[in-house]
Design a binder for this molecule. Structure first.
Ligand code: SF4
Ligand code: SF4
Length: 153
């Protein structure tokens, strides 16, 4: 399956990937201004920019083959889509126990406690955009969307 890969050497830590992620998961999808000014609460970013100057990179779910979060989820909310391979959280089934956060080896799941408690993670923009918004929106090519066996650009 295609995944998002970070290219740390090109990342400036600008955080635009997070802005595009938030926008894509808002009701406005492509309109940053409306996503920020008219969406309450604003979606959490599903990509995390890690920074320890001068190094920065954008981190998101690796959609692991044998995903520990899927195995550990107590309600079955965390599931792999058999058609795409994307690991996704069905927030309507999530009870906010945070077991997935405990078991994720990549720190790729966040708590969303602003309404009904639910785990928040990368869904690869499934059903929103063909190419994940973080990849399309990075001005520096610091995120790459490619197959596991494809060579780095
Ligand atoms: S948009 Fe690109 S350069 Fe900016 S923080 Fe994200 S990955 Fe790094
Ligand atoms: S949330 Fe963590 S454990 Fe689950 S598939 Fe993503 S990286 Fe793997």
């Amino acid at each position: 399956m295609k995944k998002v890969y970070a290219r740390e050497e090109y990342c400036t830590g600008c955080g635009l990937c997070q802005v595009h992620c938030i926008t894509a998961h808002s009701p406005y999808k492509d309109n940053i201004v409306k996503a920020y000014k008219k969406t309450f609460p604003r979606p959490l970013p599903r990509v995390i920019v890690e920074e320890q100057r001068p190094v920065s990179f954008a981190l998101q779910c690796r959609h692991c083959e044998d995903a520990p979060c899927v195995k550990a989820c107590i309600t079955g909310a965390m599931q792999r889509d058999p058609a795409t391979g994307v690991v996704n959280n069905d927030e309507s089934r999530c009870v906010g126990c945070w077991t997935c956060i405990l078991v994720c080896p990549h720190g790729a799941v966040a708590r969303d406690e602003r309404g009904k408690k639910a785990a928040s993670k990368c869904d690869m923009c499934s059903g929103i955009h063909e190419v994940p918004a973080c990849v399309a929106g990075c001005p520096n090519g610091a995120l790459e969307y490619r197959g596991e066996r494809e060579k780095e650009a």
